[in-house]
Design a protein. Structure first.
Length: 148
């Protein structure tokens, strides 16, 4: 490879920030801020998910997850209910408002996918998916070792 390996991570970071900036701009009108669309989408896709599982899924620390969840509850995108099996835990569910905005989130996600993969063949998309999955798996142990 001609370019240094660290440029790959820089490109991934730039791509992520670009997509987040576009998406956050799109969802301002719904009252979603700073990545909250990620929480809404995962809760809609996994109704009854607990906060710990959600924070692991999104790769965010518990404190950040708690703050975002609190705001989403205040703005009526989600609700929480005590877990019947674990009185210390809460389960998260989307509200009707959350479900409606989720449809918009998926529309925008599909639009971003179409833009990002313009000109890519199916085999190229599959290779990217496999390589990114491998990179994610390689970092999993470091992620688990972080203090949360």
């Amino acid at each position: 490879m001609n370019a240094p390996k660290h440029f790959i991570l820089r490109k991934l970071g730039s791509l992520t920030r670009t997509i987040n900036a576009i998406v956050e701009s799109e969802f301002k009108e719904y009252g979603l801020k700073r990545g909250q669309f990620l929480y809404v989408s995962r809760i809609c896709e996994n109704p009854g998910i607990n906060q710990m599982t959600l924070s692991h899924l999104l790769k965010v620390d518990k404190t950040r997850a708690a703050k975002s969840i609190k705001k989403l509850i205040e703005n009526e995108f989600i609700t929480k209910a005590r877990d019947k099996n674990d009185a210390r835990a809460f389960l998260l569910y989307p509200t009707d408002k959350g479900q409606k905005v989720y449809k918009k989130i998926i529309e925008e996600e599909n639009r971003q996918v179409d833009i990002c993969f313009k000109g890519f063949g199916d085999s190229e998309k599959e290779i990217i998916f496999l390589l990114l999955s491998k990179m994610t798996d390689n970092l999993e142990e470091d992620w688990k070792n972080l203090k949360r």
